[in-house]
Design a protein around this ligand. Structure first.
Ligand SMILES: Cc1ncc(COP(=O)(O)O)c(C=O)c1O
Length: 367
């Protein structure tokens, strides 16, 4: 008997998420020195994390024999103060991935549907399929979300629309005006998720006032993370801001202790590491320009990016990916579900890491 058949067909048909290759794995496979490997594959912060965060982590270590605060009071208070929302509007997650899953658990199921864009973040199809809901995939426009077509695609069964702004892996963004017009068009019975994982990497003028829109649009869920600009990907902490009634259902189905105590303390402190985040933003912009210049010199096209990564068209991406691995550089292929078989997504690293990637790319293309 094939025991996998005990699970529903919609679960068995899920294609597993492909994470960026860990440094330790490549070191084992290729017999390379871990310290010489450059990983630009998971949109992490190459600068690490801020000094206040480090101090909070060290202080929290003494308490790990105890369960964390299941309500995350300290972090929720800090978020409420920073963003001018009520604590009842906040849902904390084990990474923002967790809160995306909570949206799907709370609002999707068989007989329901979710709308998302072609080339959108991989968790949307995963979370939709895992609940037995139908996916309505809207073709991208210039690699980005065609939000007008996405609003048109909402049907009777649609309960969730997923929007990543900026989107991963394309780095594209929807302007605040277009996004607001879209939110106005989607009926209130449909939850609109605006996933702002890369929000801190946007210039302030390009950031939509999504938190202000929450007051007018009770069906809006804004998700954010400490994994990117705050540099806490390994700790896993993110959150959703929503109408209290929406947050309430999501909180009911959340695991009681879904965010660990070190992550809670670190995230609350990280909100005050403003200088670290500002420097991460500025250095990311420089790094993006460095990668774009490098791609240009190699005669390659790229998708203009608003995130901490850039997706470059290299042609036979699978082959180039492997050649880069042999040179100790890990990037992310975006064929498969992302449907970009000629591109590689490259996270912005330190100036030195970016240089090493560009040199390895040049050598790989010439091989
Ligand atoms: C668009 C987008 N949303 C959400 C996430 C999830 O990140 P995390 O679970 O670390 O918060 C990612 C991670 O790459 C992402 O790119």
């Amino acid at each position: 008997m094939d025991l996998s058949e005990l699970s529903p067909a919609y679960v068995r048909s899920i294609a597993p998420y492909q994470p960026g290759k860990p440094i330790s794995e490549l070191a084992r496979e290729m017999g390379l020195d871990e310290r010489k490997i450059v990983k630009l594959a998971s949109n992490e912060n190459p600068r690490g994390f801020g000094p206040r965060t480090r101090a909070a982590i060290e202080a929290a270590l003494g308490d790990i024999a105890r369960y964390p605060d299941g309500n995350g009071f300290e972090l929720k208070s800090a978020l409420a103060k920073r963003y001018g929302v009520e604590m009842s509007q906040i849902v904390l997650g084990n990474g923002s991935n967790d809160v995306l899953e909570l949206v799907s658990l709370a609002f999707l199921g068989p007989g329901r549907a979710a709308v998302y864009s072609q080339h959108a973040f991989a968790v949307y199809p995963l979370a939709t399929q895992a609940r037995g809901a139908r996916s309505i995939v809207v073709p991208a426009r210039d690699f980005g979300h065609d939000v007008e077509a996405m609003a048109d695609a909402v049907d009777e069964e649609t309960r969730v629309v997923w929007v990543a702004n900026p989107n991963n892996p394309t780095g594209t963004m929807v302007t605040p005006e277009r996004l607001e017009a879209f939110v106005r068009r989607v009926p209130e019975r449909v939850i609109v998720v605006i996933d702002e994982a890369y929000n801190e990497y946007l210039h302030a003028n390009l950031r939509a006032d999504t938190l202000g829109w929450l007051r007018r649009h009770p069906n809006l869920v804004v998700t954010r993370t400490f994994s990117k600009a705050y540099g806490l990907a390994g700790l896993r902490v993110g959150y959703a801001l929503a109408h209290p009634a929406v947050a309430d259902v999501m909180n009911r189905i959340r695991q009681p202790f879904n965010v660990n105590s070190i992550a809670l303390a670190a995230a609350a402190a990280a909100l005050n590491d403003m200088e670290f985040v500002a420097r991460s933003y500025a250095e990311n912009l420089q790094g993006l320009r460095q990668l774009e210049e490098g791609a240009k010199k190699l005669g390659l096209e790229w998708i203009p990016s608003y995130g901490n990564f850039v997706t470059i068209r290299v042609g036979r991406a699978g082959e180039t990916y492997k050649r880069l691995l042999r040179r100790g550089v890990i990037v992310r292929p975006v064929g498969g579900g992302y449907q970009l078989p000629e591109h590689l997504r490259v996270t912005v690293g330190t100036a030195d890491e970016n240089e090493r990637f560009l040199a390895a790319l040049s050598a790989s293309l010439g091989e």
